[in-house]
Design a protein around this ligand. Structure first.
Ligand code: ATP
Ligand code: MG
Ligand code: MG
Ligand code: MG
Length: 475
């Protein structure tokens, strides 16, 4: 079943069950200063959970464009290294604003998974919040799920909230047994979460306290790419139909006979996945008028684009990569998202100018390195201070410095680099912390993300490079 068939199948099913199909809202939440991006299907309906009487329809279904990069939901570091995370993804969802509740959605969801998607029962497992006996009993006694397949979990997994404020509640999630030999060792990897049923019962106020909602509501979210991987018999989202159109194009662009560029095969694969993911995220963000900048959402976009260019370099692609791949994105997703065609010129030109600018930064770094090599240091060692200056001031990533040094018969003093970086991080952290008051929530979220990036070893200065894909474990 193609990704496009799944979108259709999902919304048809819920329309058949009385829901109204509504278009995806923008990724950039309009009139909501508390959020960086729409990270779930429920985001545009936040106020209807609090005030169901004001909802235009009591039952709604959508395919929502989501971004989880920055803010409370930040999956950027995972992309390329787990089989299931993207920065941009599509969330299939259905919502009840006071029309139905826990019992009905559990029945409806199970019927969809078993009868419409035809997933075999012995590969499914469901979770409930450990204290939610009602949900447990519905799954066991009414739906008839074998109790060995119902798992009680703590609030960290089964209590959903959108952000620090807003509607929230216990959830029940449906998992797929990948049965992939590589993943059997770890429950976390073996079992793929693909659908979250949230029973919206509370509102968390600015003071952090939970208050029960007058009318319980329902919000569900199913990741399209994950369901595609299940139904297409893959264990990695990036192996599904729409991603493969882009990844085949990337393969064709890697230097001939050198399909992995400067890195080994596992890293090359991660780089290709990062590029494919970041192409989608950056294109959709630009289509909504987000432009690369040094602050706010534009800052997140800039990091995403630069990270993709860098992954391209590691693959031996030395020119713009995202703008060049754009036709493949259109081919894969244009039918579902006509805005990709309508705003093609804008998207491609923004991508291209940002990519070219960053490529110039990289070239400048190369010239500086040549200068260091020419200085004739007898140990043929790039000092930690030089490597750090290249990284921090000029945005030139350490691993590239190492690769280029190696090619010229030099090495890099990485220990000294790490020491200087640690000291710089401490200084940056102290200066960020001082600013963490009195800001609006979006600014706070971004700053919190910068702190996270700091922890992960990413320079908080704009000129700094991004998360090092090679520092992450492969999934
Ligand atoms: P995970 O535990 O795998 O990170 P999650 O619990 O954070 O997922 P939810 O917030 O419950 O995810 O979102 C609902 C659904 O959206 C998930 O069950 C999954 O199918 C999908 N989803 C969530 N995050 C991503 C992502 N980064 N990329 C692709 N799909 C995602
Ligand atoms: Mg997650
Ligand atoms: Mg989860
Ligand atoms: Mg979840």
């Amino acid at each position: 079943m193609s990704a496009s068939d799944i979108r259709q199948r999902y919304t048809d099913y819920f329309v058949k069950n009385g829901h109204t199909l509504m278009p995806s809202a923008d990724i950039v939440p309009r009139n909501d200063a508390t959020l960086l991006f729409s990270s779930a299907g429920m985001v545009p309906f936040k106020q209807f959970f609090l005030n169901p009487a004001t909802a235009p329809h009591k039952m709604v279904t959508t395919v929502q464009k989501c971004v989880r990069a920055g803010g409370k939901h930040n999956d950027l570091d995972q992309v390329g290294f787990t089989p299931r995370h993207h920065t941009f993804f599509e969330m299939l969802g259905n919502f009840s604003f006071g029309a139905y509740s826990k019992r009905e959605i559990i029945h409806m969801a199970w019927k969809f998974v078993r009868q419409e998607l035809k997933m075999p029962e012995d590969r499914l497992r469901v979770t409930v919040l450990e204290t939610d006996d009602e949900a447990y009993d519905i799954w066991k006694n009414e739906v008839g799920v074998d109790p060995r397949r119902i798992v009680r979990c703590g609030a960290e997994d089964n209590f959903w909230s959108m952000g620090s404020e807003g509607p929230c509640g216990p959830s029940s999630e449906i998992f797929w047994d990948t049965r992939d030999p590589r993943y059997m060792e770890s429950d976390d990897e073996r079992w793929l979460e693909f659908w979250n049923l949230v029973f919206m019962q509370f509102h968390r106020g600015a003071d952090g306290k939970l208050r029960p909602l007058d009318t319980p509501c329902v919000d569900t979210g199913m990741g399209l790419e994950r369901v595609a991987s299940i139904l297409q018999g893959k264990v990695n989202n990036f192996d599904t139909d729409e991603f493969q159109v882009i990844i085949r194009d990337i393969d064709a662009r890697c230097s001939p006979g050198q399909s992995s560029g400067n890195v080994d095969l596992a890293k090359a694969l991660a780089c290709k996945r990062i590029i494919a993911d970041h192409l989608r995220a950056s294109a959709f963000l630009i289509s909504e008028g987000v432009f690369p900048s040094n602050i706010g959402r534009g800052y997140v976009l800039r990091r995403i684009i630069r990270r993709a260019v860098r992954a391209g370099r590691l693959l031996g692609i030395n020119d713009s990569v995202l703008s060049a791949l754009y036709p493949s994105l259109e081919l894969a997703m244009g039918a579902a998202y006509p805005e990709l065609m309508e705003r093609r010129q804008l998207i491609v030109s923004v991508l291209e100018s940002e990519e070219k600018m960053f490529l110039r930064t990289l070239d400048k770094g190369l010239v500086l390195l040549e200068g260091i090599f020419a200085s004739g240091n007898s140990q043929r060692l790039v000092s930690g201070a030089d490597a750090f200056s290249l990284y921090d001031t000029h945005g030139f990533p350490l691993d590239l410095t190492e690769i280029i040094a190696r090619d010229s018969g030099w090495t890099v003093d990485v220990e000294a680099f790490a020491k200087i970086q640690r000291q710089s991080r401490e200084r940056n952290k102290a200066s960020w912390k001082g600013k963490l008051t009195k800001q609006d929530s979006v600014a706070r979220e971004i700053e919190a993300t910068c702190l996270e990036w700091e922890e992960a070893g990413v320079s908080s200065q704009f000129s700094g490079y991004d998360v090092d894909p090679e520092a992450k474990p492969t999934a």
